[in-house]
Design a protein around this ligand. Structure first.
Ligand code: ZN
Length: 563
């Protein structure tokens, strides 16, 4: 699973000028592409030894192969379209190719996957190219229902495509290693070469197993080895997410993230994690609801991305992901969360800084700070692991998720945000983090500005609605204030109490499994009020996301990357 925020449907009217002609012209295409601010991505490779540096270069050469597989997975006409557009050097051709490459296809991610080119299906096909273009859901279901169990498993596997037999027209499953062999064979070779070069045993082990999986589709052993990677080079590569199969959600798309571990942040996560029980014991919650023995945490890795490809590099950029998705591996080994720090930094610079200039008072603007933005994201993730989860309601054992039903995600996301603030204040107060006025001002003002980034996603989505709840609560408690010209600032005298009270309120709702309490709180506060809407309207010209420029990758392997 990944974190990008599903903004596709909520922001549609806001995002691009309506296309008046049948298809956008060059200027309109450039305007659509400008929703993704070009942003350089770099990572510091100076700490790599010679073996790892050589391995890294091999790994970067795989990216273009993953891109090509993904193009083929998204649409049957994509590979031909890629060649045609790349060779078209006219003004219109170049504008089309640019947006095509951002989208990895002829449909705009920000406009409900609508075509921006002639001669292609009007919208992205639900089954992408995982199934024959003319296959219906019913045809597939009837076919699978009549297959023997082994064959049905192949048909619904993550790692097969469905094609028609050219002679009979009947459906059949083709394994990925066969369908994509022209890309997977050279990719496996590069993985093995990198394995031979690296000096890190856990990385070598993963690369060898993943190379084998590219040739036989047996991904489980390498998924397990991926959980154990403990190396300066952090790589995620293979078929993972199934979002592009909108017919059934069976088929996994290829992606890769070639990254370097961020040593400093990794230490910070370890330090925060070691104090989590302490935070739990001091939560503003009735003592009978506290958990005096926290379970194991999902491991968190903080990395800096050098290159992403395929499903990992189209439309809105991934900021973090949880993998693997294979339930069998998750049961046996758990899963881990990977956070892409320099991607978050790029989004901060290209989106949050311009937002803050519009919504913060001039006096508050200098307090905005990436370190607090990222540290709060870490605290948010760790906060999901504390507070009530397994609960008892009237003597009945249940869970917060079961009791809060459709409201669970919204309440849990808001709880993770606000408890994250509470946690960091606790770290200041107990000397675990250097506190003081400057730190506190940076933390709370950065949170206020980033609230607007989240509120742009709309209140139909859990993060956006959860943020509306927090924002309105803090406004109503005088922790945030609006000025007459429609800007906002933190009232430092009240904000700590406001954060503490809201943390108490949300944790108590969770501890009691109080659905009606959650509902009345959200009905009252989970809305965009006129004052906020006016500010959001002013932000419509600010980019929605970034278009990464892989500066470090291009320096390391010049001329070997797409397009
Ligand atoms: Zn969350």
């Amino acid at each position: 699973m990944r974190t990008v925020f599903p903004i596709f449907f909520f922001l549609m009217p806001l995002l691009s000028a309506p296309v008046s002609a049948a298809y956008p012209n060059a200027a309109q295409l450039r305007q659509m592409a400008a929703k993704f601010a070009p942003t350089p991505l770099t990572a510091d490779t100076s700490r790599l030894n010679a073996g790892d540096m050589a391995a890294l270069k091999k790994l970067l050469e795989i990216g273009p192969l993953i891109d090509r597989i993904f193009l083929d997975q998204l649409w049957s006409g994509n590979t031909a379209m890629y060649g045609k557009l790349r060779d078209d050097k006219s003004d219109l051709g170049r504008a089309r190719f640019h947006l095509f490459w951002i989208s990895k296809g002829p449909w705009s991610d920000l406009d409900g996957h609508k075509a921006f080119l002639p001669g292609v299906p009007e919208r992205k096909l639900q089954g992408a190219n995982f199934y024959p273009d003319d296959m219906t859901k019913a045809e597939f279901e009837t076919w699978v229902a009549h297959l023997p169990p082994e064959k049905a498993k192949e048909a619904t596997s993550f790692f097969t495509v469905i094609r028609r037999d050219p002679a009979t027209g009947h459906l059949r499953a083709i394994p990925y290693y066969d369908e994509y062999q022209r890309y997977l064979k050279p990719a496996a070779k590069l993985l093995r070469e990198a394995a031979a070069l690296t000096t890190n045993a856990s990385l070598k082990h993963f690369l060898e197993l993943r190379a084998a999986a590219f040739l036989d589709d047996n991904y489980r052993p390498s998924d397990i080895a991926w959980m154990d990677i403990d190396a300066p080079i952090d790589i995620t590569i293979g078929p993972y997410e199934t979002y592009n199969d909108e017919l059934f959600g069976y088929k996994a798309a290829f992606e890769s993230y070639i990254c370097l571990r961020d040593e400093e942040e990794t230490k910070k996560v370890a330090s925060f994690s070691s104090h989590l029980q302490d935070v739990e014991n001091h939560l503003p919650l009735e003592p009978r609801y506290l958990n005096h023995k926290l379970g194991a945490l999902m491991p968190i890795r903080v990395v800096n991305e050098i290159q992403s490809s395929g499903d990992g590099n189209h439309g809105v950029q991934t900021a973090a992901f949880n993998l693997p998705n294979d339930e069998v591996v998750v049961q046996q080994k758990g899963s881990k969360k990977v956070m892409l720090k320099n991607v978050q930094h790029a989004k901060f610079d290209s989106i949050l800084v311009p937002i803050s200039k519009d919504v913060l008072t001039p006096a508050a603007q200098p307090e905005l700070n990436f370190d607090w933005f990222f540290t709060h994201i870490l605290a948010h993730e760790l906060s999901h692991g504390i507070g009530p989860h397994e609960i008892e309601v009237n003597g009945r054992k249940t869970s917060v998720r079961l009791e809060l039903k459709d409201l669970y995600s919204t309440i849990e996301e808001a709880k993770a945000d606000i408890t994250g603030l509470y946690m960091l204040q606790y770290f200041f107060d107990s000397g675990i983090l250097p506190g003081g006025e400057k730190a506190e001002h940076g933390l709370y003002t950065t949170f206020l500005a980033s609230a607007f980034r989240t509120l742009r996603f709309g209140t139909l989505e859990a993060h956006g609605r959860g943020m509306a709840l927090q924002f309105n609560y803090l406004m109503d408690h005088d922790a945030f204030r609006a000025t007459r010209d429609g800007r906002f600032e933190v009232n430092y005298a009240e904000v700590k109490q406001g954060v503490r009270d809201l943390t108490h309120e949300l944790l108590t709702i969770e501890a009691r499994g109080d659905y009606s309490g959650a509902k009345s709180l959200l009905d009252k506060l989970g809305v965009v009020r006129p004052q906020v809407q006016q500010a959001l309207d002013r932000l419509s010209r600010i980019p929605v996301d970034i278009e990464p420029e892989f500066v470090t990758a291009n320096q390391l392997v010049p001329d070997k990357l797409n397009p």
